[in-house]
Ligand binder design. Sequence first.
Ligand code: NAD
Length: 251
Amino acid sequence: MFKLDNKVAIVTGSGSKKGIGRTIALTLAEQGATVVVADLNLDGIADTVTAIKEAGGTAYGVELNVTSQASVDTMVEEVLSEFGRIDILINNAGISQKVTVEDMTIEDITKVFNVNMFGLFLCTQAVLKPMKEQKFGRIVSLSSVSAKRGGGVFGGAHYSASKAAVLGFSKNLAREVALDGITVNCVAPGLVNTDIWKLLPEELASNVIAGIPMGRPGETEEIAAAIAFLASEEASYITGEEIDINGGSHM
Ligand code: NAD
């Protein structure tokens, strides 16, 4: 795969034990990056850091609430004082909520946007200065297939809207920083084989599978591989792009 030696990477939301962020963190570390495991979940951080170290990689855990300016600033200061640079930011932290528009409240929308969009904004803004100074940066954010074709059983319209906002935000920023050596891209996963998938009732799961030409959910490793590529030196001429990773469920 693509080498990330000497790169310092922050992966937000990488403390979920079965989540995509943990696999992204493990994959980037496998490729040689020093990985900052950042999450609200302290146990999860410790777990991911241990897994990376056991695999021979380098990891550093830090508590992070992406919705708090103070928390984001503290994390960035800590990473800079520890490692002196930030090369890669993976905006992975995200939440969803199953609710219809009819039942949705402004509080529901605010909660989802606070993490998925405003949190992503705070983390992204905070790394721009060091990345500009280095004349190198890779920002990769998690959108979703539901941004493009509407969500299904897992999230509400506010989730889809927040993930569509991630795409527009990233394309705009890609133009703003294109001359600074910074690329800004997204991946848009379809259904991924995480805990939420395993909890689905069998009948519902078969209905969902029927809509996926490849006939199965994606694996977290399949999302992480595309992210490792976008985070690498080799992806230097790709910016403002999104990669769909969905087994053909949206083309
Ligand atoms: P997950 O719930 O397993 O993990 C999300 C992590 O984000 C958790 O560890 C949680 O503690 C952390 N987090 C939540 N709020 C936070 C905050 N305010 N500050 C810091 N960390 C916070 O989720 P997942 O299924 O692994 O999804 C990861 C990303 O991929 C999300 O952005 C999600 O929207 C996106 N995605 C997932 C799927 C899927 O099928 N699982 C599909 C498309 C997109």
